[in-house]
Design a binder for this molecule. Structure first.
Ligand code: A3P
Length: 306
């Protein structure tokens, strides 16, 4: 299939990947990745809030070391993608941010790989996994905007309608969206103490609660004293779209790892429901039908998406 942004996509074990920057890394993770018992994994469908989750988890886990959230915190100077690498994109090549031998424990590692494709060493570990799921209509619109920015000039344009059709057929990097979400949903039902399934929309409306739930899953709940000192609020504020998207590093910085990626491509609107400004009635109907059909009977409630 013609790819979304840079390359063509190919199917592997039921999911779609960009051959070079995606698939090679996935195979590296499956065959060579060495988990550590202290690892923490963050899993998402691209465009579902990965950048946000990276910032929140980094802040939670390092809150003793970095407890000044307004003047002296790494996230004021570094993109969340610099402090939390992607396993399949950053680890398999030794990069300035992610030499696997150098990253200190406990490592926070992000991935877009489907749950069932993760190596057994991860699936059978007791390491926590936090997954964020987002309304596929917003995911598609966010993806579209991202791919327009990332597309090299020499590639033929993909129309909005073509991209939508591909999305509906599940052809997106690391998609199908629904299959990827369901894998983590089922894991969260089976292993509730290890896999936390969150929705982007709930994180927007209840950021404090979601941040506390993440901290609990990680085995690092906020103490009463921390709560009284407003640490949870500080973390939520630091990681908010309003704050992060206005930081110089996220407005004008560039990735040290992938030279072509500018940090600002990960910050657009950070809102729920932008799909209403982009999708036609037919598109809405089609996507909703697919979502209902795919999630029917799984226990995954997505009323607020439809
Ligand atoms: P929009 O394009 O809808 O604005 P990812 O990080 O997985 O690539 O997802 C990117 C999406 O998350 C973009 O959505 C982006 O604006 C949004 N986002 C980035 N940082 C965020 C934050 N701190 N809070 C909420 N949303 C955020």
């Amino acid at each position: 299939y013609r790819g979304w942004s840079t390359l063509h996509l190919c199917q592997y074990q039921g999911f779609w990947f960009q051959p070079k920057i995606g698939l090679e890394g996935v195979m590296w993770v499956q065959q060579r990745f060495k988990p550590r018992p202290t690892d923490v994994y963050l899993a998402t469908n691209p465009k579902s809030g990965t950048t946000w989750l990276k910032a929140i988890v980094f802040s939670i886990m390092n809150r003793k070391r970095y407890n000044n959230f307004t003047t002296d915190h790494p996230l004021l100077k570094l993109s969340p993608h610099e402090v939390v690498p992607f396993m399949e994109l950053d680890l398999f090549r030794t990069t300035p941010i992610a030499d696997p031998e150098i990253l200190p424990s406990p490592r926070i590692l992000a991935t877009h790989i489907a749950y069932n494709m993760l190596p057994e060493s991860i699936q059978n570990s007791s390491c926590p996994i936090v997954y964020i799921c987002r309304n596929p209509k917003d995911v598609f619109v966010s993806f579209w905007q991202f791919s327009v920015k990332m597309r090299p000039k020499d590639l033929p344009e993909l129309s909005f309608e073509e991209a939508f059709d591909l999305f509906c057929h599940g052809v997106t990097p690391c998609g199908p969206f629904w299959d990827q979400a369901l894998g983590y949903w089922k894991a969260s039902v089976e292993f509730p103490n290890r896999v936390l399934f969150l929705k982007y929309e709930d994180m927007k409306t209840e950021p404090l609660l979601c941040t506390k739930r993440i901290a609990e899953l990680l085995g690092q709940p906020f103490s009463l004293q921390e709560e009284e000192n407003g640490i949870v609020q500080e973390i939520v504020k630091l990681c908010s779209f309003e704050n992060m998207s206005n930081l110089e590093v996220n407005r004008n910085g560039k990735s040290r790892v992938r030279a072509e990626v500018k940090n600002d491509v990960f910050f657009r609107q950070g809102k729920v429901g932008d799909w209403k400004n982009h999708l036609t009635d037919e598109m809405i109907e089609r996507l909703d039908q697919i979502t209902k059909h795919k999630f029917d009977g799984t226990g995954l409630i997505v009323d607020t998406w439809i």
